[in-house]
Design a protein around this ligand. Sequence first.
Ligand code: WTA
Length: 576
Amino acid sequence: MEKEIHKNNKIPPNLKDYAETCKKFRWEDVKKELGLDTKGGVNIATNAIDAHADTWRRNKVALYWEGSGEERKKYTFGEMRQESNRVGNMLKSLGVNKGDRVFVFLPRIPELYISIIGIAKIGAVAGPMFSAFGPEAIRDRLKDSGAKVLITDASLRERVHQVWDELPELKTVVVTRLPETERLWKAEIHYEREIEKASYDLGVEQISLEDPLYMLYTSGTTGKPKGVVHVQNDMISHYITTKWALDLHEEDVYWCSADPGWVTGTVYGLWGPWLNGASQVVFEGRYDAERWYSVMEQYGVTVWYTAPTALRMLMKAGEEPVKRHDLSALRYICSVGEPLNPEVIRWGMDVYGLCIHDTWWQTETGSILITNYPSMPIRPGSMGKPFPGVEAAIIDAQGKELPPGSSGILAIRPGWPSMMRTLWKDEKRYKEYFQIPGWYTTGDTAHMDKDGYFWFIGRADDVIMTAGHRVGPFEVESALVEHKAVAEAGVIGKPDPERGQIIKAFLVLREGFSPSDELKDDIKEFIKHRLSAHAYPREIQFCESVPKTRSGKIMRRLLKARELGLPEGDLSTLEE
Ligand code: WTA
C-alpha cells in the first residue's frame, strides 16, 4: 500500500471525528435537523430553495451560471424561488398533476435547474436527460416513463420530433430559446411566453417522504436502461452527505462538473448543495482544461466535485494551464464514477497542493455511501469508509460476510434514506438487487482492509464505465444491429488510460457488405446520432461470428478475454 496521506485542512471540517460520529449517528437526527419530523407534508424544494429565501440567504447567490459562450447569469435564492414557482404554475396549467412524469432534455442552462425545482414543487417526477442523447435514447425513456410533458430547447427539439409519433402519452413539449424565425411543431409551446403568463406565487405541494421525486435511467447488463425511482426522503441523505463528504460551508463556492442527466449532477449539482444553502457554479460547456480553470478562477471556486476521467485529461493537459490561473481559493476536491488512480492523487497533490477525495456510490444508492472525509487520512486507491449510518460489507454469494482482505461482492445493508424505491414498471429487476437476504448488492466487487477502508476491484457484470458514463453492452448491441450492414454485435469495455474503458464492438456483417474503414466510420456516426454521443464504439472489429452460449447469450466475457489475451475460462456453455 502507498503511504497514507494526512492533511492540513484550511478550515475545520464539518465532520470532525469519523469514529465518534459513527457511534452516535442516527438518521432520525438528520431528519430533525431538516425539520422533517412534523406530521404535515414535505417538499424538497421548500428545504432546498424556499426556506433559504425566507432568511438572509434570500439575496445570497444560489446559482452562478456561465454559458458556453460569453453569456453569464446569476440567481439568488429569492430569484430561484420565484422562477421555479413560475415553472410550477406553467406545468399546472398544462395539466401536470402530482406523480406525473415531466422530462427535461436541456443543455446545462439555468432553465434546466429551475425546471427540475419547479417540477418537484408541484409533486411531479422529474426525469433529466443528457443533451447528448439521440432519438432512440430519448424515445426509450419517454415511452417507458409515460412522460406527459417534456421541456427542451431549440437545439435539441428536432431529435424529439423524430420519435414523437411513438409517444402517445407525451402531451406537450415546452421549447426554450426558440428563435423568432422558427415555428412551433405539433403540441409544442414556447417556454418564455408561457412563463411570462405564470404567477410568481405557488402553493408548494406538500407530499409524503415516500412520494417520488425524480427518476434516472441507468444501464445494467441485460435489457434496456432501467428507470431508477427516487423519492422525497432522499433529501435526508442529500443534505448530510453534502455537508460531511463534500464539506460545504456557508462561504463556499462550489462547482460540480457533472450534468444532471447523470445522478451526480442531480444530487450533488442541484439538491445536496442547495439543501445546504450553498452557492453553486454551473458551467454549460464541455470539458476544456483552459476554460475549466478559468471558471474556477473567475468564481473563486473553493470546493470542486469531478470525475477521474476529467482529472486524467487535466493531468494530460499538464501543469502549464494550472499555472496560468489563480486557483488559490480552491480548498477541497472530490471525485466519483470510477476508480481514482493513486497516480492522479499524487499529481493533484503536486499541482493543486490538495488531496483528491474519492467517493463511491451509484444511481441506485442515490447518495454517497463510501467516501473519504477531510478529517480522515487518505489511502491512495481506496474509496474510503462507509458514511455514518451506512453498513457496507464484502460478502460471498450466500450472503456470508468475508473477513478483511478477501475479495467479494460489495453489499450494503438496506435502510439508508436515499435507496432507490423501485425500478419503473419493473419490480422483478428491482428485486434482483436484493436476492441475497438482508443485503442490497451493488454489482461491484471490492475488498476491505483491516482498518475498514474499502478498495474497488471491478464490476461483477458486463457494465461498461467509459469516461464516467455507465453504458450497458446490450443497449449498444441493440442499436448496432439496427444499422443496415450489421447482422450481429458483441460489445465490451476495453481498458483505456484516459477514459477508464472505451467501448469496443465486434461485428458480424450482413450478406453483401464488406469490411472497410468507411463502414466503421459510418457505423460510429450512426450510433452517435441514434443512441448517444457517449455510447458509440471507438473501436470496431469485424469478425465471422460472435461467441454465444447454447442459450444464445453473447459471451462478452470471452470476447474480453480474447481481446486482452487472458485465459478463456470455462467454455462448456459455448455454442458449437
Ligand atoms: C462505479 C455514479 C470505483 C461503480 C455515481 C459503481 C466507482 C458505478 C466509484 C455506478 C469509485 C462509482 N470508484 N468505481 N469511487 N464510484 N463507481 O450509477 O462500478 O453512474 O457501481 O453512479 O460506478 O455508476 P453510476
